[in-house]
Design a protein around this ligand. Structure first.
Ligand SMILES: Nc1ncnc2c1ncn2[C@@H]1O[C@H](COP(=O)(O)OP(=O)(O)O)[C@@H](O)[C@H]1O
Ligand SMILES: [Mg+2]
Length: 507
């Protein structure tokens, strides 16, 4: 397996220098020791998924971890919502709510945790509620199971396809989980993690926080657009390119394929009934070469499961009708899969769905580039972002840029513009308008401190986010005070006071 292969995170790992802040500890205890429903939120990179993994490793509860997409489920070490509840890949009607085979598991369930909950639609949350009620023969919300939604509503919203939209508009005020019918009945308390860990540079964090709430100025754009590369820039090996739309992603991938010097094979999809070109799940003419970097785009249904939607692999062998792939050194064969196209009709209050077309093809996409959607939840040291014709949905630019651990790890192909900041005000209807002013205030204050420091007017006894993280890290590793004094060039009393303050502040 080549070293410079692009990798997606296939399972959160607790970092070696895990810092258990007060807020982290409290939230973990709250999930562990209560049966309250919660929405655990926080900015990108504040350790939501890390908290989930910490809970998983330490809990005594009977739990299930779920997520909406294959790759987010893989990262959370869980299953997709659809596979767990056996939901069909379309609008879910009452007859789709099945009695699940593993009744013992479902009856003894204490808690369901759902990561990347911003992607979970109102319709799906209602279907989860119905399935749990039916399977547990209980009238309580979620059949009496504790629900922990984890995610950030400033990131990508649920995807509602064109065919589903009219039904959504009839049934719900908006697409989000908090628009569901069950949400209002289930007393969900919101809790926020506030300390950011993915990035440490305060200026970059503040820039991302501004992009998150769509409050940026010319200077901010200047800062991010300093990362725009010149025309002859080549994406470094092992670095993924993210873009809003599939058309751009496909174009970049095909160009990369051309650069491989081995025979090209072509696999043609079989299309029956009605299936519009813009809805094709993969290319109609899939072109592949040995050595090409690919992504599987459907979950493998065999046991043990060999890949999920989002797993990255390399093509290892090709025949006219056989594709072999290498996933981390193991060779597997991939067969074709079918996607169905549904049409919906409303009969009274019932949704009637019918399949009007199928598309059969190998579930494979080239993967030098991917859509921003695929990468929500990921952390990259380096990432290339091509906004192409611009963002088209809420949270998209924020998700793309906040994947990087540092500003210099971002390579922009095109400038970010004001138009790329699309913001859905409905998230404040749920989170409360006060939050907007709280976030704005935080940002302005941080900007002030950064400016002061740049002008040399910065008080040496004050602490930046970077300093705090460094100190917490040393403290956590059990480094003796004198060692920290030497490394940070600070007075022992100063250090003692600060560590006490940080531990308190984050409670
Ligand atoms: N408590 C923590 N201590 C140290 N590092 C952390 C902590 N929480 C998160 N990180 C690191 O920060 C990055 C982002 O964490 P993640 O859990 O993916 O954030 P989120 O899910 O909120 O976007 C990861 O690299 C992770 O290892
Ligand atoms: Mg996460």
């Amino acid at each position: 397996m080549p070293e410079d292969k692009i990798k997606l995170d296939a399972g959160t790992v607790l970092p070696e220098n895990l810092i258990i802040t007060e807020e982290f500890r409290k939230l973990n205890n709250l999930i562990e020791n209560t049966s309250s429903n919660m929405f655990i939120t926080g900015k990108a990179g504040c350790g939501k998924s890390t908290l989930l993994e910490y809970f998983r490793q330490n809990t005594v509860k009977n739990y299930v971890i779920l997520a909406y997409t294959g790759i987010t489920a893989l990262k959370a070490r869980g299953k997709t919502i659809h596979s767990f509840f056996k939901f069909p890949p379309r609008l879910i009607d009452n007859k789709d709510i099945k009695i699940l085979r593993d009744q013992k598991l479902i009856k003894e369930l204490d808690t369901i945790l759902i990561d990347e909950a911003s992607l979970v639609s109102a319709h799906i949350l209602d279907a989860i509620d119905k399935s749990l009620k039916k399977n547990r023969k209980s009238k309580d919300p979620f059949g009496g199971v504790q629900i922990i939604l984890i995610g950030d509503l400033f990131q990508l919203p649920p995807i509602v396809g064109a065919a589903e939209r009219p039904f959504f508009e009839k049934m719900y005020k908006g697409p989000y989980f908090f628009n569901s019918k069950i949400f209002k009945k289930s007393n969900v308390d919101t809790h926020e993690l506030t300390k950011i860990f993915r990035q440490s540079d305060e200026k970059f964090i503040n820039l991302l926080n501004k992009i998150r709430i769509s409050k940026i100025e010319d200077d901010d754009l200047k800062l991010i657009n300093a990362r725009v590369q010149d025309d002859n820039f080549k994406v470094p090996k092992g670095v993924i390119l993210l873009s809003p739309k599939n058309s751009k992603v496909d174009h970049v991938n095909n160009k990369n394929l051309e650069l491989i010097n081995s025979p090209q094979f072509e696999f043609k999809a079989e299309i029956k009934g009605t299936f519009y070109e813009k809805e094709y799940p993969v290319e109609e003419n899939l072109r592949l070469k040995v050595g090409a970097q690919i992504m599987l785009v459907k979950n493998d249904n065999s046991t043990p499961q060999k890949w999920v939607n989002g797993t990255i692999a390399i093509i290892s062998k090709l025949d006219k009708n056989r594709i072999s792939i290498d996933i981390d050194g193991e060779i597997h064969q991939v067969g074709t899969e079918s996607w169905e196209k549904f049409e919906y009709r409303l009969s009274g209050k019932k949704i009637i769905s019918s399949s009007i077309g199928t598309f059969t093809q190998y579930p494979i996409k080239l993967a030098w580039a991917a859509t921003i959607h695929k990468c929500q939840g990921q952390t990259f040291k380096n990432v290339c972002v091509d906004m192409d014709e611009g963002a088209f949905t809420h949270g998209q630019t924020y998700v793309a840029l906040s994947r990087a651990t540092e500003l210099n790890g971002i390579f922009l192909i095109k400038k970010i513009t004001y138009r790329d900041l699309i913001f859905d005000k409905r998230v404040y209807e749920f989170l409360g308008n006060k939050l907007e002013s709280k976030y704005s205030k935080e940002i302005t204050e941080t900007d002030k401190v950064i400016k002061q420091r740049e002008n040399g007017a910065y008080d040496k006894s004050s602490w930046s986010n970077d300093d705090d993280l460094k100190l917490l890290n040393f403290y956590n590793k059990g480094i003796p005070l004198q060692g920290i004094v030497n490394m940070m060039n600070r007075e022992p009393s100063d250090l003692r006071r600060r560590i006490k303050k940080i531990l308190e502040k984050l409670s």
